[in-house]
Design a protein around this ligand. Structure first.
Ligand code: NAD
Ligand code: MG
Length: 386
C-alpha cells in the first residue's frame, strides 16, 4: 500500500529534494498536501506532477493566483497561515517539516499531535520550543525523525534503548565559507559571498547561519532535545570535507559515525523509508577520491555566534528561543544589506543582554517570546543605524 505524504515547505531546498525522491518512486507514495509561502508556480507545478489532494500558499494575497494555476487539475487550493496548519492536520502517514524559521512551529505541532511520523528539517522550531514539541510527540505517540544531516547521523549511531552508554555526541561542522577568514575579512563579506557554501546547496537563511556558525549552535540545541544526553555531553568538531556527518562516542571508547555524500537526499531518504532503506540517486561516497579527512576545534573567538548558542543552551529556559528569533531577524537584515556580516552575532548578543524572559510553559507563550524578541531585535537594528 502507498504511504500518504505531506510536505510543509515543498518549494524550498529540502522540500524539492523530498519531492525528487518521492517522484522517482511515485507508486510508493500518495501526496496529501504541499505547502509554500510565495512560490505559486513552483507549488502548483509540484502539486500537478504529484497529483496532490491539496496545495496551500501561505501568503493569503496569492490565493487567486494559486487557484488559477491549479484550474482543471483536480488539486484543491487554499491560502493563509491557518490553511497551512489545517493541511498539517490532515491524516498522512509521513509529514516533512521543511518550513524555514519559527513559522514552522505551529504546522509541525499540528502534525505531531496527529501521532503519525514527522521528519523534521525545521530546526528553529525545536530551538524555540523543543521541550514542548518532544512532550507533544510522546503524548500523541508520534515518531519524530531528524532530517538535519548531523542529527540524522547521530540517530543512526545512537543507542536509543540505553542513552547512558554515550560519553559524547560529536556534531561535525564544515566551518562554512569563512572557515579560515580573519575577522577583518569577514567584516567585508557580502550576502552573495556568505550564501556560497563550499559543500552544501541550501536555502539563504541556513547558508548565512553556516557562515556565522550559528547553524551549528542551533544544531547543538536541536541535538539537546532529540537525544537525552544533557548539554555536557554535546560537542562540536570542525570537519571541512563534510564526509563524516556526526559521531557518537560510547563509554568503552568506541566511536560510531555515519559517513555519506553531502547530499540531503540521503538523510531525507532515511526518514522516508525508515525503518527500511531506499535507493537514492546520490553520487556514492568515494573515500579514495576524498583522500583525507581533517578535523579541528571550532574557533569561538572568530565565530562568537557559536559561543552564544553554547551559553544559551547552558542557561536554558527562554534563552534559546530569544537567540533563535533575534538571529532570524538579524540574518534577514544582513541579507537585505542593512547590516554587515559581523553585526549578526553582535545584534543577537545585544538582544540576549536586553531581553531575558522566563521559560515558556506553552506554545503560545513560546510564540509571544519569539515575537517580543523580534521586536527587541528590530529596535536594536534601528539604534545601530541611528
Ligand atoms: P528554503 O528557504 O529553501 O525553503 C523554505 C520553505 O519554507 C519554502 O517552501 C518556503 O515557501 C517556506 N516558507 C518560508 N517562509 C514561510 C512562512 N513564513 N510560512 C510558511 N512557509 C514558509 O529553506 P531550506 O534550506 O529548504 O530549509 C528548510 C529548513 O530545513 C530550515 O529550517 C533549515 O534550517 C533546515 N535544513 C535545511 C538544510 C538544507 O540543506 N537546505 C539542511 C538541514 C536543515
Ligand atoms: Mg545540519
Amino acid at each position: 500500500m502507498a504511504r500518504t505524504i505531506t510536505i510543509l515547505g515543498a518549494t524550498g531546498s529540502i522540500g524539492r529534494s523530498t519531492l525528487d525522491l518521492i517522484e522517482r518512486e511515485s507508486d510508493r507514495f500518495d501526496v496529501v498536501a504541499l505547502t509554500a509561502q510565495r512560490d505559486v508556480d513552483g507549488l502548483a507545478a509540484a502539486a500537478r506532477r504529484t497529483r496532490a489532494q491539496r496545495a496551500v500558499i501561505g501568503d493569503a494575497g496569492l490565493y487567486g493566483a494559486l487557484k488559477e494555476a491549479l484550474a482543471d487539475s483536480g488539486v484543491e487550493a487554499a491560502a493563509g497561515e491557518g490553511a497551512i496548519i489545517e493541511a498539517a492536520e490532515l491524516p498522512a502517514d509521513w509529514t516533512m517539516g521543511a518550513i524555514v524559521g519559527t513559522a514552522g512551529l505551529s504546522p509541525v505541532m499540528a502534525a505531531l499531535r496527529r501521532g503519525q511520523t514527522v521528519a523534521l528539517a525545521n530546526k528553529e522550531s525545536l530551538v524555540l520550543a523543543g521541550g514542548l514539541m518532544m512532550q507533544a510527540a510522546r503524548e500523541a505517540g508520534a515518531t519524530l525523525l531528524p532530517v538535519d544531516s548531523e542529527h540524522n547521523a547521530v540517530f543512526q549511531c545512537f543507542p536509543h534503548d540505553d542513552p547512558a552508554r554515550v560519553r559524547r555526541v560529536i556534531l561535525t561542522a564544515s566551518g562554512g565559507p569563512f572557515r579560515s577568514c580573519t575577522r577583518e575579512e569577514m567584516a567585508r563579506m557580502t550576502p552573495a559571498q556568505a550564501v556560497k557554501h563550499p559543500n552544501w546547496s541550501m536555502g539563504a537563511k541556513i547558508s548565512v547561519d553556516s557562515a556565522t556558525l550559528m547553524n551549528k549552535g542551533l544544531e547543538l540545541i536541536e541535538a539537546y532535545h532529540l537525544f537525552p544526553v544533557g548539554h555536557e555531553r554535546l560537542s562540536v568538531l570542525v570537519h571541512p570535507q563534510s564526509v563524516v556527518h556526526s559521531l557518537v562516542e560510547y563509554y568503552d571508547g568506541s566511536v560510531l559515525a555515519q559517513l555519506g555524500p553531502a547530499d540531503m537526499r540521503t538523510p531525507i531518504a532515511y526518514t522516508l523509508a525508515w525503518p527500511e532503506r531506499m535507493a537514492t540517486p546520490c553520487t556514492p561516497l568515494d573515500l579514495a577520491q576524498v583522500g583525507r579527512l581533517d578535523f579541528e576545534e571550532p574557533d569561538l573567538v572568530r565565530f562568537p555566534a557559536l559561543a552564544l548558542a553554547f551559553q544559551a543552551l547552558r542557561e536554558g529556559g527562554a534563552r534559546p528561543g530569544v537567540l533563535n528569533a533575534s538571529n532570524e531577524v538579524a540574518v534577514a537584515a544582513f541579507l537585505a544589506g542593512r547590516i554587515g556580516f559581523l553585526d549578526i552575532a553582535f545584534i543577537v548578543e545585544t538582544v540576549l543582554a536586553r531581553y531575558a524572559p522566563t521559560a515558556p510553559a506553552t506554545i503560545d507563550e513560546a510564540l509571544l517570546i519569539d515575537a517580543e524578541a523580534r521586536r527587541v531585535t528590530e529596535d536594536a537594528l534601528e539604534r545601530k543605524a541611528a
